[in-house]
Design a protein around this ligand. Sequence first.
Ligand code: TXA
Ligand code: MG
Length: 325
Amino acid sequence: MARHIHIEQDRETALREAVQVLSSGYPVAIPTETVYGLAADATNPSAITRIYETKGRPQFNPLICHMASIVMAEDHAIFDPVSRKLAETFWPGPLTLILPLKPDSPIHSLATAGLDTVGIRIPEGFASDLIATFGKPLAAPSANSSGKISSTSAAHVEADLGEKIGLILDGGAAHVGVESTIIKVEKDGSVRLLRPGGLVAEDIEHVIGIKLIRPEKASATIEAPGMMASHYAPGAAVRLNAVSVENGEALIRFGGQPVANEHNAAIILDLSASGDMAEAATNLFDHLKTADASGADSIAITPIPNTGLGEAINDRLSRAAAPRS
Ligand code: TXA
Ligand code: MG
C-alpha cells in the first residue's frame, strides 16, 4: 500500500513530501480536475522510465507535460496564435495542446517519445501549485495500468497501482472525470481534435471560429498513440446501446430511464439520474469500475446522447467495448 496524504487536510505536507519524492526521481500520484495523474520530473530520464514501468506503458506513447503557467510553457514549446488563444481562454483546465518542442527545452525525449512535438496542459488547483513549487514540468499520464480505466479517486489509484508506488496525494473525486481534450493546430492552420475530452469540442470551435477536424475512427497510429482502439478496458465485456438487460449483466444507464428486464441486472448504476452530462462524465470511470467489481461477465450500457461531453463519454465507451488485443 502507498502512503496517502489528503491535500485538504494537510496541503503543506503534501507539497513538501511530493517535491521530495519528485526530486529523488520517483513518480507521485496526484489529483487533477480530469483524472489522477502519475507525475514525475519531465526532465529526468530515470523518473520518466519509472512512469512507463509502473503503468506497463509502451515507451512509444508520449506523455503530457504539465506546466504551472503559460510563461513556463513558453520555455518548452512554440505557440502559434490559435494555440495561444486557446491556452489563454481555457488554461488552467481540461485542454492539452500539441505544440512544436523547443530544441533547447530540458524536457527529456523519453517524455515526448522522441517526437518533435510536446503535449502541454496547465491543470487546475493543487496540481498547478505543486508544479510551481517543484519548478519544473511534470510528465503525467493518467494514474492507471496501461489499457485500463483511468482513476478518478485516490482509492482507484490505490487499487490499481498502490503496490507499485510510494505516495498518493488524495484530492477527493476528480470533478471533470474524463481526460483532457487534445488539440493540435497544423501548419496549414487547420485544427485537429486528437482526443475528445473534458473540454467540450463546440466550446473550442466557438472560440477559434472554425470547425475542428475530428478523428476518422479509433486508430493505432503514432499521431495519438493513446487513442488505440482497445483502451479504458474493464475486465468484463462491454455491450453498448443496450435496450434490455440479459441475465446477470451489470447495467449502466443514463437519465433515470428504466430499461427492459432490469430484474436481470446484477447491479444497476445511473451515470446521471437527471440526465446531466457533466455529472455523467464525473461518474463514468467510477461506475465502470464498480460494474466490473460486481463480478458480472458483461456490462450493458444504454445509449448516451452524443452532444457536449457525450462525445468524450461515447469515445471512452467505444474503446472500452472494442475487441481486446
Ligand atoms: O487529463 C489528462 O489529459 C490526464 C491528466 C493526468 O492530465 N492525462 C492523460 O494522459 O490522460 P495519458 O498519457 O493517459 O494520455 C495522453 C495522450 C496519449 O494519447 C498520448 O498519445 C497523447 O496524449 N500525446 C502526448 N503527447 C503527444 C504528442 N506530442 N503528439 C500526439 N499525442 C500526444
Ligand atoms: Mg491514459
